[in-house]
Design a protein around this ligand. Structure first.
Ligand code: FMN
Length: 405
């Protein structure tokens, strides 16, 4: 058994154990992958102020995200086809998240259905919605999400059409999938993966299948084709106003990268936004999310909860995002590498690694409580917002956040 000490270890195991087409579907970004690389590079470029002789023995990570108590400010991001990276992947991840006291957000494009996840765990989970051309789908899925007791709806707005991932085209991961001799050999020789997928309860896009079965009928390939042709380039803020009318729970806009859009989201009744560039899988050349975060946090202040994702691979990364105004972080690839490498226990271990790293980094920067993280933990806080506001503005907003606890 290899000793796993960080998320990169999981990535390396996954690279060896999982078919190339599946691994690259997870690992890669769009076009030249500039934004994918920037997400990591800009996080790594931030440095901490090392503080000493501050009794930081008893660190408190518990907080709220979207008003819900969580053990730490981290949640599992929505991942399309998660259940093909490992059989029953969404159910395994949901169980691991629940055991760790954090939330998982289920993707519209999941393999396990909303109802499967509901059955698998007793606590709350969140749901991510793609608004397709066929608005009947959104209506029906929102009803199912309500029936499942989901507490938050994340509407993803950075994918009105798909950015191209070269690897997926080369590996035949499109609709219909292209199975070459090489692909087939690779799939069959990754025995652990093949077995997990073969014995899994589901292998198609079950959330969509349920709708198609009710409306037009059709098999798994029709479902994939339906989804592929139904991404809606005409998506606009009117659709958010419409969703708000149908959904009374927490509404989160996922995929905001510009302060102007963050303010519009607020005006349209959103409770929270996720600063995200879809993990570098959409607009290549867009800035790293960590670079956009302070501008957005300054623009919206405390009027809306700011969540963050993109490039988080450690607790140090989480601390950096909190310091620049995020209430909490979503992790995508970090948990999927764990899932691909070791299934449910791999997700649990990935989450635990991040938790321990966050604890240690808080101690070494002199922070006892996640609510007290400010830009002051950074040695080189980036520009953004008004001069001089970096510390006083953040402190002020943290104080009012604290008073809301
Ligand atoms: C394999 C994969 C599939 C994804 N599928 C979805 C999806 O179905 N819906 C969505 O809103 N975001 C999706 N995302 C984006 C993630 O929710 C998240 O924004 C991103 O992974 C964060 O970056 P990170 O992977 O560097 O943590 C996906 C990301 C990956 C890597």
């Amino acid at each position: 058994m290899p000793v796993i000490t960080n998320i990169d270890d999981f990535r390396e195991i996954a690279r060896r154990k999982i078919p190339k087409a599946v691994f690259e579907y997870v690992d890669h970004g769009s076009y030249d992958q500039l934004t994918l690389a920037a997400n990591r590079r800009e996080l790594q470029a931030l440095q901490f102020r090392q503080r000493v002789m501050i009794n930081a023995d008893d660190r408190r990570l518990a907080t709220t995200m979207l008003g819900e108590n969580v053990a730490m400010p981290v949640a599992l991001a929505p991942i399309g086809m998660c259940g093909l990276t490992r059989g029953d992947g969404e159910v395994l991840a949901a169980r691991a998240a629940e055991a760790a006291g954090i939330r998982m957000c289920l993707s519209t494009m999941s393999i396990c259905s909303i109802e499967d996840v509901r059955e698998a765990i007793s606590g709350p989970f969140w749901f991510q919605l793609y608004v397709f051309r066929d608005r009947g789908f959104s209506e029906s899925v929102i009803e199912r999400v309500k029936a499942a007791g989901c507490t938050a709806l994340f509407v993803t707005v950075d994918l009105p059409m798909r950015g191209q991932r070269h690897c997926d085209l080369k590996n035949g991961v499109y609709v219909p999938p292209r199975l070459t001799l090489r692909n087939a050999y690779d799939l069959l020789t990754k025995v652990g993966w093949s077995w997990s997928v073969l014995k899994a309860k589901r292998r198609g896009f079950t959330n969509i299948q349920a709708y198609i079965d009710k409306t037009t009928g059709g098999g798994m390939m029709d479902t994939a084709r339906w989804a592929d042709t139904n991404f809606d380039g005409s998506l606009s803020w009117n659709d958010i106003a419409w969703i708000r009318k149908n959904w009374r729970g927490k509404l989160v806009i996922k995929g905001v990268l510009d302060p102007a859009d963050a303010k519009i989201a607020l005006d349209n009744g959103a409770d929270a936004i996720v600063v995200s560039n879809h993990g570098g899988r959409q607009l290549d050349g867009a800035p790293a999310t960590i670079s956009a975060l302070p501008y957005i946090a300054d623009a919206v202040g405390n009027d809306i909860e700011v969540l963050f994702d993109g490039g988080i691979r450690s607790g140090q990364d989480v601390l950096k995002a909190l310091s620049l105004g995020a209430r909490g972080c979503l992790i995508g690839r970090a948990f999927v590498y764990g899932l691909m490498a070791q299934g449910g226990p791999g997700v649990a271990k990935a989450v635990d690694l991040i938790k321990e790293e966050l604890k240690v980094s808080m101690s070494l920067t002199g922070v006892k409580d996640v609510h007290d993280v400010t830009r002051d933990v950074l040695f080189n806080p980036p520009p953004g917002g008004k001069k001089g506001r970096a510390s006083s503005g953040r402190n002020k907003s943290r104080t009012s956040r604290r008073s809301r606890r």
